[in-house]
Design a protein around this ligand. Structure first.
Ligand code: C2E
Ligand code: MG
Ligand code: MG
Ligand code: MG
Length: 284
């Protein structure tokens, strides 16, 4: 009886594994198709000066306008693309598209906005990414300091090439931010020597403010540390005025979150900025 059980379980596992592998291959194929025919799009979420309400920058966030499933988020794209390596061409498309958009807004007469772009661990290749970005900046004429690369703490820890790549990006004049800061286990001591301009406090630390007083300790400490190390800091996932007020009382200047704006299509960002600045941009 035990033997039968084992065999059945084995049969079950193989079936399950085959099903998963097939599903993954189908999704990968569908993603390659979608990428090729131009179904990937970028939405942009404003980053706000919490004192004045001014828009200081935007973060580019990938979406997939799928023919049958509708508008899909990064979860439908990034994990599959990272597994297959498609993340490298997709990531380069994201950088190209984001830079082109920043340039288009400038041409339309909007004030210069910082453009933040998420970059995966597999893209941090010192023989590829810096040269790619140098060419991109040369071709588009976008000032390097207007482009901010977001990498996560886990990329910083697990990618041997990461530091070499970062140093080259800094040499080009780009800005670098650590995304989802506080969720990995970065060695605090190494922060002071890393070529990082900015910490993005993960939204999990913002969520419980101010219901739970203990939860305020972590964002408060991150903000103080960032300032002591001469780094700037931004809070993600700001949803309420109470959260904004607490963050401001800690000296955090910038925030990003649903309180201000959801990620939106490029045209909606331009409309929002035009309204704020009383401009009538020429978006042709
Ligand atoms: P992230 O870089 O931490 O981006 C912030 C995420 O938080 C976005 O989710 C945004 O929509 C969401 N968010 C912003 N404000 C709020 C808020 O007030 N409340 C809540 N609950 N959520 C908020 P999204 O667009 O689903 O992106 C998820 C993740 O996917 C991103 O997290 C980033 O890690 C990854 N991602 C997105 N685009 C790209 C890309 O082009 N390349 C790579 N490698 N990763 C990307
Ligand atoms: Mg990000
Ligand atoms: Mg983040
Ligand atoms: Mg996050």
């Amino acid at each position: 009886v035990a033997k039968d059980d084992g065999r059945n379980r084995f049969a079950f596992y193989t079936k399950e594994m085959t099903r998963k592998a097939t599903l993954y291959m189908e999704r990968d194929r569908d993603l390659r198709r979608g990428f090729d025919v131009g179904e990937l799009v970028l939405h942009y979420q404003p980053q706000i000066d919490m004192a004045s309400g001014a828009v200081l920058g935007v973060e580019a966030l990938i979406r997939w306008q799928h023919p049958t499933a509708g508008l899909l988020g990064p979860d439908a794209v990034i994990p599959i693309a990272e597994k297959s390596g498609l993340i490298v061409p997709i990531g380069e498309w994201v950088l190209r598209e984001a830079c082109a958009q920043a340039c288009a807004w400038r041409r339309a007469g909007l004030p210069p906005l910082r453009m933040a772009v998420n970059v995966s661990a597999r893209q941090m290749n010192p023989d590829r990414l810096p040269q790619f970005l140098k060419n991109l900046l040369d071709e588009t004429g976008l000032p390097a300091e207007q482009l901010e690369i977001e990498i996560t703490e886990s990329t910083l820890q697990n990618e041997d090439n990461c530091l070499a790549t970062l140093l080259q990006l800094k040499r080009l004049g780009l800005m670098v931010a650590i995304d989802d800061f506080g969720t990995g286990y970065s060695c605090m001591g190494s922060l002071k020597s890393l070529p990082i301009d900015r910490l993005k406090i993960d939204r999990s630390f913002i969520r419980d403010i101010p219901e739970d007083r203990d939860s305020e300790a972590i964002p408060e400490a991150i903000i103080a540390m960032a300032h002591r190390l001469n780094r700037t800091v931004i809070a993600e996932g700001v949803e309420t005025l109470a959260q904004q007020d607490f963050l401001r009382s800690c000296g955090c200047r910038e925030g990003q979150g649903y309180l201000y704006a959801r990620p939106m299509a490029a045209a909606a960002v331009a409309a929002l900025l035009a309204e704020r600045f009383g401009l009538a941009p020429d978006l042709s």
